[in-house]
Design a protein around this ligand. Structure first.
Ligand SMILES: Cc1cc2nc3c(=O)[nH]c(=O)nc-3n(C[C@H](O)[C@H](O)[C@H](O)COP(=O)(O)OP(=O)(O)OC[C@H]3O[C@@H](n4cnc5c(N)ncnc54)[C@H](O)[C@@H]3O)c2cc1C
Length: 305
């Protein structure tokens, strides 16, 4: 028996998540909820049944939005509901799970199917192991960290577009939503320059940021670098940070701990710079440079300018 997928992206389309849903759904059409301006893009990434919310529609009352979804989902016949683990949907999904009496697995890092059951993989027990979770309720809910799956466009197949009008918020009003504006968000960057404890200082990270900017990419960091105050938490890649899948990931002064690797294992090409030839990151890297990070990065910056 196949599952009916619904991908909830009312606050911004997650093309990677939609790609994964389309892959798991096989021949069954994938349903998506997006704002009207994203309908065309949703079709490009495999959505067949597209429900649209008016552009700019903000859903500030999470409980009310969850109740509206709980009414729609049985009508649509969706049995697997996926959503990106964004700030807003992290609030909506537990409420929706309660309304539907359904199981919810948050922050999945991998998804597979076993018949009509979704196998949801996520870190467990203080991130010491990866658990495969099977939900037993008829409707299965999961959130996935943005950037976990690589987007793959598909040929468009006559999508069916249905405008939706959820009831306006009564109790809560959204005055303003300030999106992240400082350069490319990590989860969308195609080039990432990531620094570790080996970089040794905030000034060192400023140099890495210069390189990231010259390459049109974003700056990232290991947890030890963040803990040392060299970079802000929003830069942290790994099991307790952001998950990324860039084309190129340049790991500078990073040892290659499993908790870090799990956040960047989707990178296409990994280049490592480390002074220790035995650093575990070299087992993982496509290209490795053994040497002092600053000497190497200075040389690269000089080449680029
Ligand atoms: C529950 C839990 C969750 C965690 N979550 C995360 C997470 O989300 N992300 C994460 O990154 N970590 C996480 N960690 C921590 C993780 O286990 C590692 O401790 C951390 O990733 C190591 O960071 P690092 O590679 O920067 O530092 P280190 O392991 O100290 O490595 C520094 C590296 O720099 C190299 N180096 C030193 N000097 C130079 C130089 N001059 N030039 C070049 N190279 C140099 C060294 O050879 C070394 O390989 C977590 C740990 C736990 C227990």
């Amino acid at each position: 028996m196949s599952a009916d997928f619904l991908v909830l992206c009312p606050f911004g389309l997650d093309v990677g998540l939609l790609t994964k849903a389309t892959e798991l759904a096989g021949e069954t059409p994938v349903r998506v909820l997006v704002q009207t301006w994203e309908a065309e893009q949703a079709a490009t990434f495999g959505a067949k049944l597209i429900h649209t919310l008016p552009d700019g529609c903000s859903v500030a009352d999470e409980a009310q939005f969850a109740a509206w979804l709980a009414e729609k989902i049985p009508q649509w016949g969706s049995t697997v509901v996926l959503a990106p683990a964004t700030v807003q949907l992290r609030g909506v999904m537990p409420l929706l799970a309660a309304c539907l009496q359904a199981g919810l697995t948050a922050d999945c890092t991998a998804l597979t199917m076993d018949g009509d059951r979704l196998i949801q993989t996520r870190p467990a027990f203080g991130n010491s192991l990866m658990a495969d979770i099977r939900t037993v309720s008829p409707v299965q809910l999961a959130t996935v960290r943005p950037g976990t799956f690589r987007p793959l466009p598909r040929p468009v197949q006559d999508p069916v577009i249905t405008p939706e009008t959820p009831t306006p918020d009564r109790r809560v009003r959204q005055l303003e939503f300030l999106p992240f504006t400082q350069g490319t968000p990590l989860s969308q960057a195609s080039v990432i320059v990531a620094g570790g404890a080996g970089v040794g200082s905030r000034e060192g990270f400023e140099k890495l940021e210069t390189l990231a900017r010259k390459l049109g990419g974003a700056l990232a960091a290991s947890r030890n670098a963040v803990d040392a105050g060299f970079a802000p938490y929003r830069c942290q890649v790994g099991i307790t940070g952001v998950t990324v899948c860039p084309d190129v990931y340049i790991a500078v002064g990073i040892s290659g701990a499993v908790q870090h690797l799990s956040g960047m294992s989707g990178a296409k090409t990994v280049i490592a710079v480390n002074s220790d030839p035995k650093a575990p990151i070299f087992d993982y890297a496509d290209y490795g440079i053994v040497g002092d990070w600053e000497a190497v990065i200075d040389q690269v910056l000089e080449e680029l300018s």
